[in-house]
Structure formats: structure tokens, C-alpha cells
Design a protein around this ligand. Structure first.
Ligand code: PGA
Length: 253
């Protein structure tokens, strides 16, 4: 059985004080109704990672980083190494997020180096892929997503399927309030599963969780999660409200 994952991506939000208030609320909600059969992760900004780890001690919530460099150390001003992330208890790392691709110019080859390094160090990459509106309108969605997956994973010749996560995040759906329909998500995510099958064989491909991301809310998460190849969600905006994120995480799986 594939794992079900719910990951909140805080992006560049929350000071330490705000992070503390967030978890006071979230942990109170979950203590009344613990969530089992699923993995819940939160990706705070780098400055809050270590502090959030201390707040989450004795909970089942996983610590997720929003990015990493591929090098273990070196002269890379402003970057963070996967070794440093591992040391403080990070378990997953979001890589290739569309904001980094489009606002910061990260390309497939560069993302691929990070995926390989993060994976080899023993962290779990969450590789984000997705087409722009223009690519969708030109009928290039599957081609674009296929090359993002293939290049992104080119350094991983064999893998433990439970140590990798793919997130399908159509660029036009991120932060826009316009989520993909469940059918649109399923079309691309079942296609991603086929690409994974080509790369690693059927058995392994069936074990890799594929998340959907892009304007996920408590209202639409249920129908998205009904789809056979939607194994969880990567949530931006709605994860900033602990009640909304709790609602999203607590749907039946
Ligand atoms: P959103 O962001 O939920 O605000 O659309 C999703 C993401 O960027 O991962």
C-alpha cells in the first residue's frame, strides 16, 4: 500500500512566534482526534526548521525543508546543505518547486543534481513537476511533465520507492484559487506513474507516492483524494491556517 501524505508548504511565512502559535492550535486539534494511517509533514522556512523540530518532538509530524543545495559543503553563499538538514531532523526536502523554477531560474539538470544528492544522503526528495498554462494550452502537458520526471530522477538508477515522492503541481493552479479538477490531476498523475514504471518497473512504480498540489483546500481535497493516483497533497496557502490544514489532513483515506 502506498503511503498517504499531507504536506504543508509554508513558503516564506511565519516567524518563530507565529510558528509556535500555529502548532499550539494544530496540536490541540490533533490531540482531540489523532490522525492515523497517513504521514503529515510541515515545511517551515529555514530559520524556523530547528525550532519547529523542537515543537514537534513527541509528535508524528515530519519536518520538511523547502529546498537544499546538492553539495554537502562548500563555498555556496546563502545555500543550505542536505547534510545540515539531516542533522537537525529533516526527513523530506521539496525540490523543483515551480516558484524556484520560474522565479529563481532553476532548471531540470540542476534540480536533478539536488534530487540525487538529497536521496543519497538519506533524505526523501519531494520532486515537484508541472506544466505552465501555455504548455497546457499547446497540448504539451504530458511531454513537459515526462521530461521533468525523467531528468529529475536521472541520477537515481535504482531506488527504495518509499524514499521518493513526486508532486504534480500545475503552475497555473498554484496560489491562483483554480485547482486542477480531479480528472485533470488523475490524467497527469496516472501518466507519471507510467513514466515511473518505464524507469523502475511496475512493482517499484506502484509504491511511489504521487501528490497533487495547487490551490488545495478543505473543500476540494476529498474529491482529489478519491482519484486512484492521488496519494496526498502538497498545500501552500491553506496550510497557513492550522484549522484548514488540520481539516485537509483529517479527511478519510
Ligand atoms: P497553493 O500552493 O496551495 O497556495 O496553491 C501549493 C504549492 O505551491 O505547493
Amino acid at each position: 500500500m502506498r503511503e498517504k501524505l499531507f504536506v504543508g508548504n509554508w513558503k516564506m511565512h511565519f516567524t518563530l512566534r507565529e510558528a509556535k502559535a500555529y502548532f499550539e492550535k494544530f496540536l490541540t486539534l490533533q490531540s482531540k482526534n489523532p490522525l492515523s494511517n497517513r504521514i503529515i509533514g510541515v515545511a517551515p522556512p529555514f530559520t524556523a526548521l530547528f525550532y519547529v523540530k523542537s515543537l514537534l518532538k513527541a509528535t508524528y509530524i515530519k519536518l520538511v525543508a523547502q529546498n537544499a543545495h546538492f553539495a554537502e559543503k562548500g563555498a555556496f553563499t546563502g545555500e543550505i546543505s542536505p547534510v545540515m538538514l539531516k542533522e537537525i531532523g529533516v526527513e523530506y526536502v521539496i525540490l523543483g518547486h515551480s516558484e524556484r523554477r520560474h522565479l529563481l531560474g532553476e532548471e531540470d539538470e540542476f534540480i536533478s543534481k539536488k534530487v540525487t544528492s538529497v536521496y543519497n544522503i538519506g533524505l526523501k526528495p519531494i520532486l515537484c513537476v508541472g506544466e505552465t498554462l501555455e504548455e497546457r494550452e499547446e497540448g504539451e502537458t504530458l511531454e513537459r511533465v515526462s521530461s521533468q520526471v525523467k531528468i529529475g530522477l536521472q541520477g537515481l538508477k535504482s531506488l527504495q520507492p518509499q524514499n521518493l515522492v513526486i508532486a504534480y503541481e500545475p503552475v497555473w493552479a498554484i496560489g491562483t484559487g483554480r485547482n486542477a479538477t480531479p480528472e485533470q490531476a488523475e490524467e497527469v498523475q496516472s501518466f507519471i506513474r507510467k513514466v515511473l514504471e518505464e524507469l523502475y518497473g511496475k512493482e517499484t512504480a506502484l509504491e511511489i507516492p504521487i501528490l497533487y498540489g495547487g490551490s488545495v483546500t478543505p473543500e476540494n481535497v476529498g474529491e482529489l483524494m478519491q482519484m486512484p493516483n492521488v496519494d496526498g497533497v502538497l498545500v501552500g496557502g491553506a496550510s497557513l491556517d492550522p484549522e484548514k490544514f488540520y481539516k485537509i489532513c483529517s479527511i478519510e483515506v
